[in-house]
Design a protein around this ligand. Structure first.
Ligand code: 2AM
Ligand code: CA
Length: 267
């Protein structure tokens, strides 16, 4: 069986090569297609990068399975064995519109247990990585354990959709959190937002709808530095169907669930 160290070494190599390809693509004309709606876009690069990972993983680890956003891997119905959960471009709208603030996200799970997490901020050339139990890093810099936090001194990453009319949550629930926090941000890439929580740059990230490849890598970074991870109800994440997500420094979960999400929230 492949060792975690071996998978980690290859994964880092492939992340860097995939990142170079994405940066090089800025000089070419993108082929952009609509998926489910005009805001849900996919490019030739999303597909090309996912294929790149599938080819590499298939060559080196032929018995591993791949769960990727663009569906070029396996049809995944369970997490038995070794599964590489990949988002070739997390933050595709940023990739298309801004040429920054997008990431490649990778999580390696063995029988459902997270072993390796990586989030590569391609334009900044910063690789966030963790082998479970061995510390989380940004490049060579170890990320320290997160201190506890309180809402009134926190920067909370949340998209404005969740405090305006939407299909997932009563907008009046989280509006008071936005008011009470020191500040809010929205970066448009869940994987990067998870890496930023792990690095202590933002104190919490809340979102109502993600797919497993958006968070599989990043949640391992946050857990490694002692952050709190759950869905919006406080339950474990669903790694097959996707879920809402709430990650934070220690202490914020309790405060948010007690003050803003207690009682019958309809969630
Ligand atoms: P993507 O760019 O890989 O699609 C934007 O707020 C964040 O949410 C990005 O990480 C984006 O990932 C993700 N996202 C956008 N639309 C989504 C959807 N319909 N389901 C799940 N995640 C989504
Ligand atoms: Ca994507």
């Amino acid at each position: 069986m492949a060792s975690v160290k071996e998978m980690d070494t290859y994964a880092k190599l492939w992340m860097k090569e995939a990142g170079s390809r994405l940066r090089a693509s800025f000089n070419t004309k993108l082929d952009i297609e609509m998926k489910t709606n005009p805001n849900d876009l996919v490019t030739n690069m999303d597909k090309g990068i996912e294929k790149f990972f599938c080819d590499k993983i298939g060559e080196v680890f032929p018995d591993h399975r791949i769960f990727g956003e663009e569906g070029m891997g396996n049809d995944i119905k369970d997490l038995k064995g070794t599964v590489w959960i990949i988002d070739p471009i997390d933050g595709t709208l940023n990739f298309i519109h801004q040429q920054r603030d997008f990431a490649i996200s990778l999580g390696v799970y063995v029988d459902g247990i997270g072993k390796i997490g990586m989030v590569y901020d391609v334009v900044s050339d910063e690789l966030y990585h963790v082998i479970k139990g061995q510390g989380a890093y940004m490049d060579d810099q170890r990320l320290p354990t997160l201190p506890s936090a309180s809402v009134n001194r926190s920067i909370v990453s949340i998209n404005a959709s969740w405090v305006t009319e939407n299909r997932r949550i009563d907008p009046s629930l989280l509006a008071p959190l936005v008011r009470d926090a020191r500040g809010t941000r929205s970066y448009g890439s869940a994987a990067l937002e998870l890496a930023f929580v792990a690095a202590g740059r933002i104190d919490a990230y809340i979102t109502m709808r993600l797919m497993p490849w958006d968070f599989a890598g990043g949640v391992l970074l946050v857990e490694e530095v002692g952050g709190e991870v759950s869905n919006i109800k406080g339950d474990k994440l669903n790694f097959l169907e996707g879920d809402s997500l709430f990650v934070s420094k220690p202490g914020l979960h309790k405060e948010v669930f007690d003050k803003y999400l207690s009682g019958d929230t309809g969630l």
